[in-house]
Design a binder for this molecule. Structure first.
Ligand code: AMP
Length: 525
């Protein structure tokens, strides 16, 4: 039987009426079980209010004025009186999303009118919510995955993994309802979410965390790409799974002929380079990738260089469950040397340090250390891949200090670090650290801090902002924890800057700028 919009609207109403997560999961899985796999697929897009997934992720642009015209103007008489099915609604949304240019607004109004005519009050309400993309019934992607787990009996971790692999909730639900989830696998030309790396202090720590031996690769300061290849057909996807093939003809060209395989899915990075082959600043790469017109001309001026560092699929076989070491061997066997990211497998921190220096000298951001025994986990940020960047430093002022415990008992040893907020003229905290000082320095600091104490708290003291220290850190993160909105990760004191006054410390504006430059950029495309 074809799933009707009426039952779908009833489901949505019931979902809205309960705030219990378990009840929502039960409602969803019961509903999905009761419809065909194809209808379940449609229902899952609609449940998430995803008109943008209609027609290959192109946004469904139906403005409010078009909707209200359809609602309030007099429609032409319609002959169909039967209740609307989910599939009919879906096909209508799909046809609207492909309408362009002159007359498209009229067409949209008339499609909407014929939809609304066949809706009861409740159904119309939910169609409107679908059109606005805001369902407000408390079902999100995560909850859908729970429903899939409950409906299939697979554990949630497995469902999450398949979700990352398919990157398409409708496809996931369709397979679940059809009883085929166990066979879900990576498919050519269906991009999967790339595996991500976690931050790590230095090369020594990476070697230790990976059990004494790891593989280092340069960390390229560019844009992540996933390349799907079958014969002459090549598509290039970004980290957010957008298809950018048409914008990167030079990348496609570089790959053509560089591969000895019938089909493959490759993981890598592209960056703009200058005539001398030097990597350009990240902004140039973004500018290049963002460009949609006159692409060939821009490609001449600002060519992209491609580095491949992983392979997820080769000639019909998914490789994500193979170890990094094995994938790397497979990759080396089929790709020409000049596209292959160099790597150093070592257990020697000095060798790794040298590799890091060279990578930075060549214009890269640092290194990524990859556990040779690790499988490829799509969409996950974990310790199997660790990014190492050479530490950067900021000058900050100490505004409070906490009494130490254990070996540091009796010393003020955990320092609250602040930058200057030029707007208020005051100092705002961006992190804490107890790292970097020797015992003598702790002693000295404790005395100095007590001499400039302005108040006592249960954990320590607040002080006049006088002592300036240089701190090294690995990353500036957004943080709800501090009023400044930022936190320094892995901060450690590298020097006490007696030569600097608090007025000379780094500012919140600079911190914001550094953060924007480095850490928000990758998420954009
Ligand atoms: P981040 O954006 O700082 O979380 O770092 C992870 C990103 O580093 C990935 O998404 C890639 O775009 C990039 N990256 C650069 N070089 C590599 C590499 N050799 N292996 C994996 N990721 C890399």
């Amino acid at each position: 039987m074809k799933a009707g919009l009426r039952e779908f609207a009833e489901l949505c109403k019931a979902l809205e009426a309960t705030s219990s997560r378990n009840a929502k999961v039960a409602l969803l899985s019961k509903y999905l079980k009761g419809v065909s796999p194809e209808d379940a697929e449609i229902a899952s897009y609609l449940l998430l209010g995803l008109p943008s997934d209609v027609e290959g992720r192109r946004p469904l642009s139906v403005g409010w004025s078009t909707i209200s015209e359809a609602l309030y103007s007099r429609p032409a008489a319609t002959l169909i009186q039967e209740p609307l099915t989910l599939r009919e609604l879906w096909l209508s949304l799909k046809s609207m999303s492909s309408l362009r240019g002159a007359g498209s607004r009229r067409r949209k109004v008339s499609i909407l009118q014929s939809l609304f005519q066949r809706c009861g009050v409740d159904e119309r309400e939910w169609v409107l919510r679908i059109l606005s993309g805001e369902m407000r019934h408390g079902v999100n992607h995560g909850l859908m995955l729970e429903a899939v787990a409950s409906l299939t009996g697979f554990d949630l971790d497995y469902v999450r993994r398949v979700d990352m692999l398919l990157s398409d909730i409708g496809e996931l639900v369709r397979l679940a309802v059809a009883g085929e989830l166990g066979r879900a696998d990576l498919k050519l030309f269906h991009p999967v979410r790339p595996m991500l790396a976690e931050m790590c202090n230095d090369v020594g720590e990476a070697i230790k965390l990976h059990g004494g031996l790891t593989s280092f690769e340069p960390k390229y300061d560019g844009v992540r790409v996933q390349l799907h290849v079958e014969g002459q057909r090549i598509r290039v996807f970004t980290r957010r799974l957008s298809d950018i093939t048409e914008r990167v003809p030079d990348v496609v060209e570089a790959l053509r002929g560089a591969l000895r395989a019938g089909s493959a899915v490759l993981d890598g990075e592209v960056a703009a380079i200058n005539e001398a082959g030097k990597v350009m600043p990240f902004q140039d790469t973004m500018r290049r990738i963002g460009r949609e017109r006159d692409v060939d001309e821009v490609a001449q001026l600002l060519p992209l260089r491609l580095w491949i560092f992983d392979i997820l699929y080769l000639d019909g076989e998914a490789l994500i469950d193979k170890t990094y070491e094995e994938r790397r061997h497979r990759l080396e066997a089929i790709i020409s040397q000049d596209l292959l990211a160099p790597r150093l497998s070592t257990s020697n921190p000095e060798e790794a340090e040298e590799f890091l220096r060279r990578a930075v000298w060549e214009g890269h951001e640092g290194l990524v250390a990859k556990d040779p025994r690790s499988v490829y986990t799509p969409g996950r940020r974990g310790a199997k891949w660790l990014k190492i960047k050479p530490a950067e430093t900021l000058d900050v002022v100490i505004v409070a200090a906490e009494w130490g415990h254990g070996r540091r008992r009796g010393w003020l040893s955990n320092y609250h670090l602040a930058v200057l907020d030029e707007k208020t003229g005051g100092f705002t905290v961006v992190g804490k650290t107890f790292k970097g000082l020797t015992d003598e320095e702790f002693q000295y600091m404790t005395e100095r801090l007590l001499s400039i104490k302005t108040g006592e708290t249960e954990w320590g003291v607040t002080v006049r902002p006088e002592i300036v220290v240089e701190v090294a850190y690995n990353e500036i993160q957004r943080s709800p924890h501090y009023e400044s909105g930022f936190a320094l990760r892995f901060a450690r004191i590298t020097r006490i800057r007696s030569d600097k006054t608090p007025a000379e410390v780094d500012t919140l504006t600079r911190l914001r700028m550094l953060h924007e430059q480095k850490f928000e950029k990758k998420g954009r495309i």
